[in-house]
Design a binder for this molecule. Structure first.
Ligand SMILES: Nc1nc2c(ncn2[C@@H]2O[C@H](COP(=O)(O)OP(=O)(O)O)[C@@H](O)[C@H]2O)c(=O)[nH]1
Ligand SMILES: [Mg+2]
Length: 156
């Protein structure tokens, strides 16, 4: 891979002291920002998107399996062809795409609300998953023996 292609993968909660696995545990949602202008000097937008996805997989922490939303950035100076390709790709992958511009502010509020909504949804899903596990645990505890720390067993 060419060095200039390597993206800065900014993952919330991921610092240099944090392993990809820990980052993965802390990450509910990926926001994949794609520059749809010609400022980058790069021509094949979809190839670049796939490279980023490949990089995510290469960490081996299941980051690529996280829910993801797409963002088309620099929409004020978009290359219409790149934008069209990204739209088609996102539709094919069933991913939502939000166009934004840091210069005009277009789409920023919409994106912020969409991120908040998605994260909230994912948070609720996790809480209900945990509730299911607790219910299963409670059921297990109705049997005569329970496992205690240190692997010893005692009767209820
Ligand atoms: N026209 C336009 N320029 C932008 C936008 N966002 C960032 N830039 C400019 O693009 C240049 C490179 O920034 P950016 O691509 O965001 O960061 P980099 O890839 O880390 O260098 C800077 O001069 C920014 O001011 C945008 O939405 N529209
Ligand atoms: Mg850039």
């Amino acid at each position: 891979m060419k060095k200039d292609v390597r993206a800065k993968i900014a993952i919330s909660g991921w610092s240099s002291s944090c392993s990809p696995t820990l980052a993965s545990e802390r990450t509910r949602l990926l926001v994949h920002l794609v520059d749809v202008s010609d400022a980058s000097g790069r021509s094949d937008i979809l190839k670049d998107v796939e490279i980023i996805l490949g990089e995510l997989s290469s960490f081996g922490a299941d980051l690529e399996k996280k829910p993801m939303i797409m963002v088309a950035s620099k929409i004020d100076v978009a290359n219409p062809d790149k934008l069209k390709k990204l739209k088609q790709w996102s539709t094919r992958k069933k991913l939502k795409l939000y166009p934004i511009s840091a210069v005009t502010g277009e789409g920023i509020e919409k994106l912020k609300f969409a991120i908040a909504e998605e994260v909230e949804k994912l948070r609720r899903t996790r809480v209900s998953d945990e509730a299911e596990v607790s219910a299963a645990d409670a059921k297990r505890l109705t049997t005569r023996d329970v496992e205690v720390h240190g692997g010893k067993r005692r009767s209820l």
